[in-house]
Design a protein around this ligand. Structure first.
Ligand code: GLA
Length: 649
């Protein structure tokens, strides 16, 4: 299969041509092939069990593929005995290493019974020696009040088979028997895993469609069949995004067939490749934004960075997954409690799944105090589902602010640096008034303080202070849209040439070390829609005026916004100063449940922001459309601003 990016190069030309063409049809309503035409619906995934980010435990970071039933059950029991399961850690996920082979006669997967004795035929159905079943194990997990997760790959072979030199528990048998991945067996395997074996979650890796070109040594040696790669981690141009998406879509469809009531969780593991930013949220419940985390501070930064600036791409039902926790190990072990607490708090703030990757048989009170910090768990599990927004950003210090369902704010002051630093938090960064007191409860020490206007703190090296803050809202009569990222879906974000975000920390990877030129991250998120800043990270700015609140978008975008009963929408719209002066006017339109409610006149670069207001009474989905009518093809992407975008009572 040749590698080709189907949609990307052509799309921009098409969009800009359409922009011109449709400027005239804007008022008249939608045109069929117009990607910016309002739909009146929420298009991000709502299927499956992920109203809040999943929590639990996974075997990979603790044991790699050296897993067995005793380890899995001991970890499950520890979740229960320590009270962690009652706090929400319910999923017990078996990662790579469980499979023995795919049965030659009928393709049924066979479990490695030497490691999982309860899966033996004698223990289950008596249907023949290699009819194995995880049902006894999932029954035990369910009896403990837990949920069970399993691991597979979208290709024919798994990551461990392809990439790992020394790997315990490799599948055995003929080439065909060692093809343990889902490829060609999606319906059969999903039925087996979910209906026969009783699993509740599947993590679907992508190594099998990425790593087996014909010249791979393990193909040449006859170990595996070649799979002409449809993912190239270094090149979207050599990635067949549509083909990758179609494969994962088939898994989603099989899950819905087997579990029509939606009692499943689909975990996408594409490490930010294949432009998954643009489509993973429409399909999966969680979607990995980076390659694997390792127990190193700087790698944690990389993984955090890939998700932290994607606040508008996470919603109830579809979360950014910065990978499993490494709290307890390496630079997050008992000697590094500051780092361990930071790692945990940051994952909570960005609504990443809280999945423990530690051997819970060795759990210490200090580690339990981290995993079991109810107040920080509550930030992650808050029903409003708003990922934190970065209120202050630098390579040294970041402030993250997360709007909670009760109107209070989760606040994290994060020192990325190895030296202590003095920082000042301003009430305005919380969107609270600066003339009345703000109360802060420190979620580690539980002490309460208050300040008016601003407050100074000293952050120790790598420390994250985490607070729950209460104050008087700056916007008394409603909510800024950027305070509710969980209710905003960039259905079309205008990114037509996905590029990795250059601000993501590039770490030395454990797998390559300093060999070669160094590894760039894959997540093509640069230029995606942002809360409270322009798409390339600058302050929102129109005609020389700065705005600390609003949405930064590219022209050629359509955002879906869920309206929780507000009656009026208002914003000041304009072309962002971050772009070039060239490019012709832009138009901004507000739709309510698919109907045009308000549209701006054509706005040129340098024009002051224009007020746009709409009556959204009774409207469920507000759509914010930004079009460029200029000769877009010849220009770089053009940033635009919905300043002070707000929903009012
Ligand atoms: C990939 C995934 C990891 C883990 C391993 C198992 O590297 O990203 O999370 O599942 O495969 O081999």
């Amino acid at each position: 299969m040749p590698n080709c990016a189907k949609s990307d190069p052509s799309r921009r030309r098409w969009t800009s041509a359409l922009g011109m063409l449709l400027a005239s049809t804007l008022v008249a309503g939608s045109a069929t092939a117009d990607p910016l035409a309002p739909t009146g619906r929420w298009s991000a995934n709502e299927q499956g069990q992920a109203a809040v980010p999943p929590m639990g435990w996974n075997s990979w970071n603790a044991f790699n593929s050296g897993i067995d039933e005793e380890k899995i059950l001991a970890s499950a029991q520890a979740l229960v005995d320590t009270g962690l399961s009652a706090m929400g850690y319910r999923y017990v996920n078996i990662d790579d290493g469980w499979w023995l082979k795919r049965r030659a006669s009928d393709g049924r997967m066979v479990i490695r019974t030497a490691q999982f004795p309860s899966a033996r035929a004698s223990a289950t159905s008596g249907q023949g020696a290699d009819t194995t079943s995880f049902r006894p194990l999932t029954d035990r997990l369910h009896a403990l009040g837990l949920k069970a997760g399993i691991y597979s790959d979208i290709g024919r072979n798994s990551c461990g088979q392809i990439y790992t030199a020394q790997f315990d528990n490799q599948p055995v048998g003929t080439v065909a028997e060692r093809e343990v991945g889902l490829y060609g067996h999606v319906d059969q395997d999903i039925r087996l895993f979910f209906t026969d074996w009783g699993f509740d979650l599947i993590k679907v890796d992508g190594c099998g469609v990425r790593g087996l070109p014909a010249d791979h040594p393990r193909v040449q040696s006859g170990l595996y069949r070649a799979f002409p790669p449809i993912i190239d981690m270094q090149s979207l141009g050599r990635t067949d995004v549509a083909a990758v998406r179609a494969l994962y879509t088939s898994v989603g469809a099989a899950l819905r067939r087997e579990r029509p009531r939606g009692d499943y969780l689909l975990s996408l593991c594409l490490w930010g490749s294949a432009d998954v930013r643009a489509w993973g949220k429409d399909l999966g419940n969680i979607s990995r934004t980076s390659d694997d985390i390792t127990p190193h501070w700087t790698r944690m930064l990389t993984n955090f960075d890939t998700a932290a600036k994607r606040e508008l791409y996470a919603h109830p039902g579809s979360w950014n997954d910065a990978d499993m926790l490494f709290v307890g190990t390496g630079e997050f072990d008992a000697q590094h409690m500051t780092e361990a607490k930071s790692h945990f708090a940051l994952w909570a703030m960005i609504n990443s799944p809280l999945v423990i990757g530690y051997d819970l048989r060795r759990l210490t009170p200090s580690l339990l105090a981290i995993f079991g910090n109810r107040d920080i768990i509550a930030l992650n599990q808050d029903p409003a589902g708003n990922q934190a927004v970065i209120a202050y950003d630098s390579d040294d210090v970041q402030f993250l602010v997360k709007t909670l369902a009760d109107g209070s704010k989760g606040v994290a002051l994060f020192n990325r640096d190895a030296a202590p630093v003095d920082v000042v938090l301003h009430a305005g960064q919380l969107k609270f008034r600066d003339d009345v007191p703000v109360t802060l409860v420190d979620l580690w020490s539980k002490t309460t303080t208050s300040f008016t206007g601003e407050q100074r703190f000293t952050l120790a090296p790598h420390q994250t202070l985490v607070f729950r803050a209460q104050g008087v809202r700056r916007l008394g009569e409603g909510m800024y849209v950027s305070e509710q990222p969980g209710r905003v879906n960039p259905a079309v974000d205008g990114v037509d040439t996905p590029r990795a975000d250059p601000t993501i920390h590039h770490s030395v990877t454990a797998w390559s070390g300093t060999k070669g030129p160094g590894e760039h991250v894959q997540y093509g998120g640069w230029g995606g829609a942002r809360a409270d800043r322009a798409v390339y990270g600058q302050v929102l700015r129109v005609a020389g005026k700065d705005y600390d609140t609003g949405l930064g978008v590219l022209a050629g975008s359509r955002l879906e916004v869920r309206n929780a009963g507000f009656r009026r929408f208002a914003a000041e719209v304009g072309i962002d100063d971050a772009g070039l002066a060239a490019g012709g006017p832009m138009r901004f339109a507000v739709y309510g449940d698919g109907k045009l409610l308000a549209t701006s006149p054509p706005i040129d670069f340098g024009d002051p922001a224009t007020v746009l207001e709409a009556d959204v009474s009774g409207v469920k989905i507000v759509e914010l459309v930004t079009r460029s009518s200029g000769p877009g093809d010849a220009l770089p992407p053009r940033p635009a601003v919905w300043a002070n975008a707000r929903l009012l009572r």
